[in-house]
Design a protein around this ligand. Sequence first.
Ligand code: NDP
Ligand code: 8X3
Length: 266
Amino acid sequence: AKRLEGKTILITGASSGIGRSTALEFARTNPNGNLRLIVTARRAESLEELAAEIHKETNNGVKVLPVKLDVSKADEIRGFVNSLPEEWRDIHVLVNNAGLVKGVAKAPEIDEEDMNVVFTTNVTGLINMTQAILPIFQKRPNGGQGDIINIGSIAGREPYPGGGIYCASKAAVRSFTDSLRKELIATRIRVIEIDPGQVETEFSVVRFYGDKSKADAVYAGCDPLTPEDIAEVIVFAATRKENVVVAESLLYPNHQASALIMHRRP
Ligand code: NDP
Ligand code: 8X3
């Protein structure tokens, strides 16, 4: 798409799931353009593999820079922009996608470490990333220009039992995103939130501490969304006309109608 021409896109949590698919989708949308993709996560090896895949698929038409970055570490984020090679610093689109939850504990049993990791990643990490990139956007004309695309969740709109920390973290994302859009009203910066329902990724494997059978049970008898489904909407939002803000969108697979109302095949 012409609207991505010459742009630099930064994606957090690009080593897996939605973030990974989003990098591929941006690349496929503009395979021969001068698109630059900065892909970040903790697992550097997976990022290298992703970069190789994109280079191969686009015949090196898309430039990819893999950068190891833990968004839960404020000091890593602080040094991040200055550590980028000069030609990679003119970022136009930030996709704040890195996120996770650990466990399904109810309030009395929530593990302190799980609580910390969820909030420092999903909330503080997202806010710190936004703070790191906003000055780049604000240097552009008309008060600033650029896209901040935050990945929320149905969980941020509809809390459910056993989701206390995760739902609270995604409600915080929703609230921060809304404040930010209002604060940036006099600029050309677009603040976008995309809230997926059920998507099959590594999300549930991480939630159940690596227990694949518990993760698989989440999707049993369902046809969950794929990470590509969400990636398409992210790229759609980023490629609207400059004056169009896809402020928020909630995405369900066909069988889902709320966080917990799911039709399962018998
Ligand atoms: P995955 O587990 O497949 O991907 C999560 C990504 O986040 C990975 O690339 C992981 O990379 C990265 N990540 C986790 N912690 C950190 C960290 N501290 N620093 C940097 N990166 C980190 O799950 P999804 O693709 O499903 O999740 C993506 C987003 O979508 C999350 O925000 C999630 O909450 C949200 N979401 C998911 C839904 C679902 O049903 N799957 C539904 C609604 C929202 P690494 O481990 O290499 O750091
Ligand atoms: C992940 C979806 O409903 O399991 O954000 O929390 S849910």
